[in-house]
Design a protein around this ligand. Sequence first.
Ligand SMILES: O=C[C@H](O)[C@H](O)[C@H](O)COP(=O)(O)O
Length: 245
Amino acid sequence: MVTPNPSPVILSQDELKKIAAYKAVEFVESGMVLGLGTGSTAKHAIDRIAELLRIGQLKNIVGIPTSSITHEQAVSLGIPLSDLNAHPILDLAIDGADEVDPQLNLVKGRGGSLLREKMVEAASKKFIVIVDESKLVSHLGGTGLAMPVEIVPFCWEFTLRRLEMLFIEAGCVGKLRVVGESGEPYVSDNGNYIIDLYFKSDMGDLKETSDAILRLAGVVEHGMFLDMATTVIVGGKLGVFVTNK
Ligand SMILES: O=C[C@H](O)[C@H](O)[C@H](O)COP(=O)(O)O
């Protein structure tokens, strides 16, 4: 489905994110338990949900945040929150992504959140992904950008080398994510480190790649979200595109 952009004005990337986010919020209904995503696109959706709650167009929403930063945003906007213990099944989750392939597989986590996102989104009956069109790729990892893997801090260099060895034929290089120029490891919401994997050639079969990473002791989770999204909403210069699985 395509909603054409009626405006001839050139929209910024952030405006395209906002359009996708607002479209996703049209799928939110009163009484829903909602997974609240993380990142600059999800932030727009959360702002919009809070606005609709404020003006009474939405009622009785319970939000399940996917990161501490989203938790803070939702609290500051007065969105009622809970967790997976109290709500093991969610009606809908809305979140951004770093890459989306034609089968609606995703790379997520370049902003540092992936484990809580995956837990919440895997527990949702529906998962709407919101992106601007720059996130669309023909195959995951083909952009040469990072595929994040969350690992335990214990002997992280050992785990990094093991990850590289797994994909040595694909020319895989791993880098510990650090905070700015400090050189200090980035620490996730869960107290873990993140290794960014860069593939010189194709990642290969995605399911096999996923399984191989998850089999490695020391790995907590990775940023490939395979077969999880039920809908992707893309904000593009020609309009908003909605694709359902
Ligand atoms: O780690 C961050 C999350 O997975 C984000 O949802 C993802 O990076 C997309 O973020 P943004 O909407 O800011 O591009």
